[in-house]
Ligand binder design. Structure first.
Ligand code: B12
Ligand code: SF4
Length: 474
């Protein structure tokens, strides 16, 4: 078991790292997970803690990591990893190896959760927090500082003397999300995350925007989902969330909010309470839902209230137009209701975008066509066709392994080639199909309507054009 000695005459220093992505389009939204960990540990640690964040997406300087480590001299480095950021472990292997004897290296996030064994076996990182991070990370830091054993710390995976990964088991989720303080926004140069760069929503109506989360988890069981926060939705209280919105609006001058809950409309009463509060207190903001709302769990009243509170854009994660695949993927959407709600939103002048997934194992040409037809015949204003990516730790991954035996052989599947796996199995070029579908979707009439509904038209369209070009090029 790794244990370093710390003499704490000064604060315990933690340096978080947010890597660059290894995909063609790099989104630059704030690293919410790191900000939450920072706020939590500062509030609950029994000794002073100083936190820093190095977001590698903000710099091109390849030496910055070493420079920052040497300047800050952290006791612990915490690396946040999604699958699309896992290249960091290769790219910075020598840097990590240089420091791992003197600094505790800890990984967390969706990739670390699904691949803790690989990380512990193949890199010099010997500590991984699996799943929701706040509580286990605090426990880890407290134990490291006090020199206590880590053997029973829930949520931790660690390297044994033999070099194997030992996982102490899942930690219980934090029941009351109000126990987590408002994210530590001062940890990052917030101004650098504003304005003209790709963001999760694709477009923007305001220069100053931010992603926020009012609840964690989702009760559905889509087979492609990387289940990070469990199946029981845990809401923050309306007051706690509104306090954050107001802080960001009035103290940080944020004008646009991207609500990225997995299931914001899980409780209609609560959703109305949040929206009513925004309306009553005259908090003038624009709202978008880049992580989508559950489109078949909305009604006219909900959409009206969303509009009144400032919503200018709603994303709908339809995924597939095939009834067979709706069932097979566990999405179980009521397609008729979702199409009605898209039409209602259109009438209210709300911009809507549909997310669709193409290339599930066993998906036939006519099923692909059903999805494309559904998108093109709908009232959606915008569309994103994605290639199906089977993430390790999801049921889709298991299904893909049996559908594509060559994927299993490659152990850690290269997710970004999964479109090619589908294409080589079926002879259909997903890339081409996606491009043609996108071109078909954006009819002249649709573009005119989008222009009509777009807030701050020139600003909006500059971003729209930018993201359309990146998609067509990729
Ligand atoms: C915002 C978001 C994005 C943003 C930014 C993500 C980011 N965090 O930087 C963008 C738009 C870039 C994005 C992209 C994608 N995303 Co996304 N995204 C999300 C979303 C909706 C919210 C992330 C978030 O901020 N959560 C809130 C914070 C509090 O949680 P967190 O970041 O996970 O952090 C917690 C723990 O992970 C852990 N932790 C995190 N870092 C660290 C570090 C340390 C040291 C420790 C100890 C702990 C720790 O502790 C934190 C607090 O509990 C999640 C869904 C979700 N519910 O989380 C999906 C999610 C992360 N995305 C997912 C996917 C599939 C994608 C895409 C691949 C989708 C696609 N097909 O294109 C792309 C990636 C491609 C690309 N080119 O970038 C998957 C994860 C896949 C994976 N294993 O990496 C998720 C979980 C969705 C899902 N349910 O499947 N995404
Ligand atoms: S609805 Fe979204 S968050 Fe919920 S299980 Fe499906 S993909 Fe995951």
């Amino acid at each position: 078991m790794i244990s370093k000695s710390f003499s704490l005459s000064a604060p315990f220093k933690i340096m978080f790292i947010k890597p660059r992505v290894n995909t063609p389009v790099s989104v630059l939204d704030i690293p919410l997970g790191i900000l939450s960990l920072s706020a939590y540990i500062k509030k609950y640690s029994s000794f002073p803690v100083q936190t820093h964040c190095l977001d590698l997406r903000l710099t091109q300087n390849s030496k910055i990591l070493t420079q920052k480590i040497d300047t800050i001299q952290p006791h612990l480095i915490g690396i946040s990893l999604m699958d699309c950021e896992s290249n960091f472990l290769n790219d910075y292997q020598t840097v990590l190896e240089k420091y791992h004897k003197t600094i505790s290296l800890v990984a967390g996030g969706p990739y670390a959760t699904g691949h803790y064994e690989t990380i512990i076996r193949t890199t010099c990182i010997s500590l991984v927090i699996v799943g929701e991070g706040e509580r286990s990370f605090l426990g880890l830091v407290q134990r490291l500082v006090c020199g206590q054993s880590l053997n029973d710390l829930q949520g931790l995976a660690w390297r044994s003397k033999e070099g194997t990964a030992i996982f102490n088991g899942k930690a219980p989720y934090i029941e009351n999300l109000d126990d987590i303080p408002i994210p530590d926004y001062d940890l990052i140069p917030l101004d650098k995350y504003q304005g003209y760069h790709p963001n999760m929503n694709g477009v923007l109506a305001e220069h100053r925007y931010i992603p926020v989360m009012s609840s964690r988890a989702c009760p559905f069981r889509c087979i492609f989902c990387h289940n990070m926060f469990g199946k029981k939705v845990r809401p923050r209280s309306v007051d706690h969330f509104i306090k954050e919105i107001k802080l960001l609006r009035y103290q940080y001058n944020i004008r646009e909010f991207h609500i990225i809950d997995d299931y914001f409309n899980f409780d209609r009463k609560r959703m109305h309470a949040i929206l009513d509060q925004i309306i009553q207190d005259n908090v003038t903001i624009r709202i978008a839902f880049p992580n989508a709302l559950r489109g078949d769990q909305l009604c006219y009243e909900d959409i009206l209230r969303l509009k009144q509170a400032g919503t200018y854009m709603i994303n709908f994660a339809v995924e597939t137009g095939s009834k067979r695949l709706q069932k097979k993927t566990g999405k179980h959407l009521n397609l008729d209701v979702i199409l009605q709600n898209i039409a209602i939103a259109k009438k209210m002048g709300i911009i809507t975008r549909g997310y669709f997934m193409l290339g599930f194992p066993s998906e036939t040409r006519s099923e692909l066509q059903e999805t494309i037809d559904l998108a093109c015949n709908s009232d959606l204003s915008m569309v994103s066709f994605f290639t199906v990516i089977p993430f390790k730790g999801t049921p889709l991954y298991e299904w893909s392994c049996s559908a594509y035996p060559q994927m299993k052989a490659s152990q850690e599947a290269d997710f970004w080639s999964s479109g090619e796996l589908y294409s080589s199995a079926t002879g259909l070029s997903l890339k081409r199909i996606k491009k043609l579908a996108t071109i078909r979707f954006y009819s002249f009439q649709r573009l005119v309507r989008l222009m009509k509904n777009a807030p701050r038209k020139i600003y909006f369209f500059a971003r729209f054009a930018h993201s359309a070009i990146s998609i067509l090029r990729s």
